[in-house]
Design a protein around this ligand. Sequence first.
Ligand code: MF3
Ligand code: CO
Length: 261
Amino acid sequence: MHLLGDLLMSIIIKSPREIALIKDAGKIIIDLFDILKENTLPGKSTWELAKIAGDFIRSRGAIPSCKNYEGYPGEICVSVNDTLVHGIPSKKIILKEGDIVSYDVLVTKNGYTADACRTYPVGKVSEEALNLIKVTEEAFFVGVKEVKPNNRIGDISNAIEKYVESFGYSLTDEFGGHGVGREVHEDPLIPNVGKPHTGPKIVKGMTLAIEPMVNLGKKDVKIMDDGWTTKTCDGKICSHYENTVVVTDDGYEIITLKKGE
Ligand code: MF3
Ligand code: CO
């Protein structure tokens, strides 16, 4: 979500019943990623991929909640190569060998929402691209290790920042993670850059979407004329990885991750 928005903090702590419902939404995303991965092939349009996603989500009795979120037109976000976030599915955007593509998915079931994103290679891609995808995923795991009661949100941000910058990659400060569950975007904001021991305290029962967005080149991004598609200014590739996590008594549980991944 956009970090320049509302600064008011009102973090919703979820009950065990609500957490179970958010997990139900998360399970649909886990299965959806398998389907999207299989379908990430040269020649497919981003529109076709979003259609597959929307149909699958609805077949599971859920809602693809990107659609109509603040007017966003797609059922999921599909972002190719130098598009960091909010790529709008299009029949004109056709995947080709060597591309990388991210699928950012919001699923709402019985009123509760989970949020996750994966970036996949299309066919054979460069070592550089594979490494960027890997580091982005690892950045999530480095960040999520900081999720435990009494740590602060800034501990997550700082861990992600230090890790990503150690590879010479960069992170935008214009988008970041967020609370999720009753709403698509809840407090707190979870920037991907920040200082340790700052920000709101982490409390059991919070549900958080942590989402490193990593640029191979410079951190600057621009929003296109469609009002959504956000690209790197330098035209270099970028990667995005996100999971929804629940804060537990002594740490976290990741609810949009397939067992063994
Ligand atoms: N999953 C994205 C996020 O974390 C959702 C994008 S909002 C949309 O903020 F409107 F583009 F769907
Ligand atoms: Co998100």
